[in-house]
Design a protein around this ligand. Structure first.
Ligand code: ZN
Length: 177
């Protein structure tokens, strides 16, 4: 019997006693955790950094086995998620401005007056900005688009402008690529 097996067997045979012990030391334990919060945080971060693949696999398995908890979490944080998504979308709009080189708009663009235009309509999977999608999916979709002001976008809709030669929108940071 190796150490791991021995420990497991020990825990199994002394289940009740260990449980009582844990219960008795609950407050002490909580206090210790509270006092070492930063250390524990740093340890967890370093561990996850060093075991990236393992952590990802473990997280995925957990998520698969706990769909109700995942759902509840998503529901609770949906508002934040939407807000973050909106901020990201607006940032991309702000970086690019109207990408029609001949745009006649003078002055600064407000994100609300900028649209995403799918340069090749057949590549389109979903509308950007209207509904939350994961960051990875959003970035995939952004790569198919250019940003246009409402004025230029409407001219394209009415066939007065051709967007096929317009540049595709820039996605700023290394993380967003
Ligand atoms: Zn424009």
């Amino acid at each position: 019997m190796n150490k791991k097996e021995y420990n497991k067997a020990y825990r199994e045979t002394n289940k009740e006693r260990l449980k009582a012990q844990r219960e008795a030391n609950k407050e002490k334990r909580q206090a210790w955790i509270e006092a070492h919060k930063e250390e524990l945080k740093a340890y967890g971060k370093a561990y996850r950094e060093a075991n990236k693949d393992k952590c990802r696999e473990c997280t995925n398995t957990w998520r698969k086995n706990n769909p109700l908890k995942v759902n509840a979490h998503n529901k609770k944080h949906r508002h934040n998620q939407q807000k973050k998504y909106r901020t990201f979308i607006n940032r991309i709009k702000a970086i690019n401005g109207c990408q029609n080189p001949g745009c006649k708009w003078v002055g600064e663009f407000d994100p609300c007056s900028l649209d995403f235009h799918h340069i090749n309509e057949s590549e389109k999977r979903f509308n950007l900005g209207s509904q939350y999608h994961s960051k990875a999916a959003t970035i995939q979709e952004l790569k198919k688009c250019c940003v246009l002001c409402a004025n230029c976008h409407r001219q394209i809709r009415w066939g007065k402008l051709d967007a096929s030669l317009f540049p595709r929108c820039k996605i700023q940071t290394e993380r967003d690529r």
